[in-house]
Design a protein around this ligand. Structure first.
Ligand SMILES: [Zn+2]
Length: 274
């Protein structure tokens, strides 16, 4: 599933294709992709509008339109945006036609992806926690948000209201890098652990952006190529059998319904010291 680094990559690489362009029309090959607004209203509000800016909030992409509306894209589990392809890729659900003849294809095999139009982008932002890579996300803010929280830390990191953009892969990688067991009660982390985890979240996300995201199964960059962040995973997705630090086999458990990979020695349950 695309997380912050994947969506950031899509934003950066789709921007040159759409900025300043007029949307000539949108062809829906599956109307169910449009959420919240009736399809006709959606098409009316998007057609003929100029894309003035593009932003990412958590895992959402927002295309600001000259009408003041924003076209919102969520790739969910298996979505990708393609630009520059001459034919629609298999599983294309929507085609955004630009006035210069170029098409943006929304490919989505599992059909969980979302297209919608909103008047006020704050309706998206207000549902999300802090952006982990922004300077406002300090260790102090992170510590305050963790205080008293009873959920396992792995589950809390996936909660988009707690922190925007982190998903299953980068939560596992950040917990490994900070040597914290995924089932630790969030509010029980020591000051040192909070500091380590804060640093790890930021480093893991930044490294993955440099690698243009992780292509495990269905994530593609807009030009159809794959990201390579998965080649540096230490635990996520069970990509590696043994811990590269200590040689212990990587273990899989399920935390609040999500498959979770960790090193039982480097990330001890009691929060041991290393
Ligand atoms: Zn280990």
């Amino acid at each position: 599933m695309p997380e912050l680094p994947e969506v950031e990559t899509v934003k950066n690489e789709i921007a040159p294709h759409v900025l300043g362009r007029t949307i000539k029309g949108v062809t829906l090959l599956w109307e169910g992709i449009v959420k919240e607004t009736p399809v006709k209203e959606f098409l009316d509000r998007v057609t003929g509008r100029v894309v003035t800016a593009i932003h990412r909030h958590g895992k959402y992409l927002l295309f600001n339109l000259d009408s003041g509306d924003s076209l919102v894209v969520h790739l969910k589990m298996t979505g990708s945006l393609f630009a520059g392809a001459s034919e629609p890729p298999q599983y294309t659900r929507a085609i955004i036609q630009l006035e210069n003849g170029q098409n943006i294809y929304f490919r989505d095999p599992r059909k969980f992806g979302v297209l919608k139009v909103v008047q006020d982008s704050n309706v998206i932002e207000s549902k999300l926690g802090p952006e982990p890579l922004e300077k406002e996300f300090t260790v102090r803010i992170f510590a305050e948000r963790l205080k008293g929280r009873k959920a396992p830390i792995k589950a809390l990191l996936l909660d988009q209201k707690f922190l925007a953009g982190v998903g299953n892969m980068y939560a596992d990688e950040a917990l490994f890098a900070s040597r914290i067991h995924p089932e630790r009660i969030s509010g029980s982390l020591t000051a040192d652990e909070v500091k380590r985890l804060h640093k790890a979240i930021r480093e893991v996300l930044k490294a993955a952006i440099i690698k243009k995201g992780a292509s495990i199964v269905t994530y593609y960059r807009p030009d159809g190529s794959k990201g390579t962040a998965q080649t540096e995973f230490n635990v996520a997705h069970g990509q590696v059998e043994k811990c590269h630090v200590c040689g212990t086999p990587i273990k899989r458990i399920v935390v609040r319904g999500r498959g979770t990979y960790f090193c039982p020695k480097c990330q001890p349950a009691a929060g041991g010291k290393l």
